[in-house]
Design a protein around this ligand. Structure first.
Ligand code: G4F
Length: 328
């Protein structure tokens, strides 16, 4: 039996790196799409790429751009992937207010381009779309599930809602195996430093080492459902192993404020966060979801998936990882 072949857009991101590890461990050949940039941004997968048993043997990177569908189509023809994980796109909700057109181009149009390519494949391809809890935006009820109304509160949320609906339409109209993973916030030591959890874990570690004196943040009252990213990529893979395609909410079912996360992270190093955090209005978004919390009952029932790492443990492990990094 030849190895199954996966193609990942966004392979250099947090989720892409964990998913690559998971797929390699399960015997896949993994191909990843990488955007050309003057500086390499491959640090999260460098340990895999430089492993002589993996890089160039089981893991291959390809330069490309999601909006260049001609070269993407060519890649599909050459690689003939059996599973596609579409994780790429501008992922910062706050930034989507600054660059809404680029955000919609990267998230909405790019997904449409991939779905069109999928339609033309001769062999069936299973497709995972990284949808987001941001599609629920200002929800009318909590917790949200797969049937909750889409009421996005940002350009990012609008673009994800568009892409999520397109995936549903292409599944129903053309019988494609397309799944939406409606993921709530999922974090890890590999999270980008401009997301609130990583900003906080880094600050707690640096302040405890005397390398930083304060931490500037925006809205501390927003509530999020935070899980641990490696557990979420397991669910992504399980979705594509099902007999039929469907949409699934991925969430812990617990909601916490930014203040709760601050207390857990700073508590790890024995500090009171209130002494170090100051408000900075530039981090406040024009509008944003107030309370997002997901109901992952369907994923539990059909995928046998349940996240085990909750907010406090997550904060602790992220601070521990930042403390273990050499001081810079
Ligand atoms: O960490 P955040 O930037 O994550 P956000 O906006 O919830 O989005 C993340 O999760 C979504 C769901 O999975 C993804 F779709 C999306 O791609 C991304 O991964 O902000 C969390 C909360 C917000 O309420 C924000 O206003 O933290 C608040 N916040 C307060 N001060 C801050 C800051 N967020 C950031 N990034 N930086 C701050 O200084």
């Amino acid at each position: 039996m030849p190895s199954p072949t996966a193609f990942i857009t966004g392979i250099t991101g947090q989720d892409g790196s964990y998913l690559t590890e998971l797929l390699l461990n399960r015997g896949y050949v993994v191909h990843g799409l990488v955007r050309r940039a003057s500086l390499f941004n491959r640090s999260r997968i460098e340990h895999l790429r430089l492993d002589p048993a993996i890089g160039g043997k089981k893991l291959f990177l390809h330069y490309g751009d999601l909006n260049d569908t001609t070269s993407l189509r060519r890649l599909f023809r050459t690689l003939q992937p059996t599973e596609v994980y579409h994780l790429a796109g501008q992922s910062h909700v706050g930034l989507s207010f600054e660059i809404p057109e680029a955000t919609c181009q990267e998230i909405a149009n790019a997904t449409l381009g991939l779905l069109e390519i999928l339609r033309d494949q001769e062999q069936p391809v299973r497709f995972y779309h990284a949808s987001s809890s941001e599609i629920f935006g200002a929800p009318l009820s909590a917790p949200q599930n797969e049937d909750s109304a889409l009421r996005p509160a940002s350009p990012y949320g609008c673009a994800k809602a568009f892409a999520t609906n397109l995936c549903r339409v292409y599944r129903e109209a053309y019988g494609l195996f397309v799944c939406n993973g409606i993921a709530y916030n999922h974090e890890s030591p590999r999270r980008g430093e401009n997301f609130v959890t990583r900003k906080i874990s880094l600050a707690a570690a640096r302040i405890s080492r005397g390398q930083q004196t304060e931490l500037s943040l925006g809205n501390l009252d927003a509530q999020r459902d935070w899980g641990y990213a490696p557990e979420y990529v397991e669910a992504m893979w399980r979705m594509l192993q099902q007999p039929s395609a469907d949409d699934y909410v991925l969430a812990t079912g617990e909601s916490h404020t930014i203040g709760d996360f601050l207390a857990a992270a700073f508590g790890t190093v024995g500090l009171e966060w209130q002494k170090y955090v100051r408000f900075e209005s530039r981090f406040v978004r024009p509008t944003e979801p107030v309370r997002l919390v997901g109901d992952a009952a369907k994923a539990r029932a059909k995928l046998d998936w349940a996240p085990t790492t909750k907010m406090a443990a997550l904060a602790r492990l992220m601070v521990a990882a930042d403390l273990a990094e050499p001081a810079s």
